[in-house]
Ligand binder design. Structure first.
Ligand SMILES: [Zn+2]
Length: 326
């Protein structure tokens, strides 16, 4: 888990528990206005339970248990008369699996993963609408069966291969060390695929950050100039940019050029590779374009450490979508 997120989650669970105990107190208070004896009964249970806890194996422990059960059924009868459920005055839990602790023994509870996802999603810069781009909506019909010039396979076979490999990538995300480079022309489905991956990984509790190339370079530039880049004013090493489980860089090559960018980008890529923090880069550039645009050392880092997937279609998917809508 990324630094700072543990604290955010602790705070969230404290709040959940506080709100539930407030709710429970209000219930008790309301019932006590008409049935004040409930308060005495509840207090007696507390005292007896404490005695039982102190000496669970004493001679009168059975007697204590009997007494506690007796009082419990008295409370139950009162609640029955009020047409309220038996557990109406019990501790309220939002998640009964982990009793609002977030953990079942040492394992993360499903509620914790879902809360963590919500926190990550806030930071990931993926808009909720984008999250609708997921594998369930993946449309293979945009990729035709006809083989394109200069290619040995059809767009359809190609995308099916990529799709299968990506599913394996996601399944083995925890252990694999793969960085991916998606290249191909505009409208060949690269960005859609990155959204699908982001959605699946976020749902599994991984932290995913999505950046357009332009935003990434601006942010890196600000870090290198010691400008305040986020409200925590954290160093780049502690930043979400470095620490997230997956960074997606969309549209590499579309950023405005700046003579300092190549060395800043090289250091950044190196840091991520050194820390085994995974990246996916999408770009309209061919490998040759990349080599010409960035320095040789950046190019060799990418070629040496990224698995390349080439996306291609007969016709821009966005144009195909427009034709369908007509
Ligand atoms: Zn839970």
């Amino acid at each position: 888990m990324i630094k700072g997120y543990g604290e955010k989650l602790d705070k969230l669970y404290q709040e959940i528990r506080y709100n539930n105990s407030k709710k429970q107190n209000i219930r008790l208070k309301n019932i006590c206005t008409t049935n004040p004896e409930i308060l005495t009964l509840k207090n007696n249970i507390k005292i007896l339970s404490f005695q039982l806890m102190k000496s669970p194996n004493s001679n009168n422990s059975n007697q204590l248990k009997l007494k506690i059960n007796e009082i419990r059924s008295k409370i139950k009868n009162i609640l029955n008369d009020l047409n309220l459920p038996e557990n109406y005055l019990d501790t309220i839990y939002t998640c009964s699996l982990c009793n609002d602790t977030g953990y079942i023994l040492t394992q993360k509870c499903s509620c914790l993963i879902s809360n963590l996802t919500k926190l990550y999603l806030k930071e990931s810069e993926l808009k909720l609408s984008i999250i609708n781009n997921n594998f369930e909506n993946f449309n293979f019909s945009f990729y035709s069966d006809d083989i394109i010039k200069n290619s040995t396979i059809s767009p359809s076979t190609n995308i099916k291969n990529i799709y299968a490999n990506i599913l394996t990538y996601i399944k083995t995300f925890k252990t694999n060390k793969l960085n991916l480079l998606f290249n191909g022309e505009c409208g060949s489905g690269k960005t859609f695929m990155t959204h699908c991956i982001a959605k699946d990984l976020l749902d599994s509790g991984y932290s995913v950050l999505y950046k357009t190339s332009e935003d990434l370079f601006t942010e890196l530039f600000n870090y290198s100039n010691n400008k305040i880049v986020n409200r925590f004013n954290e160093s780049i090493n502690d930043s979400f940019l470095i620490q997230c489980d997956l960074l997606i860089i969309d549209d590499l090559g579309t950023e405005n050029q700046n003579k300092l960018y190549p060395s800043i980008f090289f250091n950044f890529i190196n840091k991520k590779l050194f820390l085994n923090k995974k990246m996916i880069i999408s770009t309209n550039f061919t490998l040759r374009d990349l080599q010409q645009t960035y320095s040789d050392r950046i190019f060799s880092r990418i070629i040496g450490n990224f698995k390349v997937y080439n996306f291609f279609v007969h016709e821009d998917i966005r144009i195909q979508q427009k034709q369908i809508k007509r």
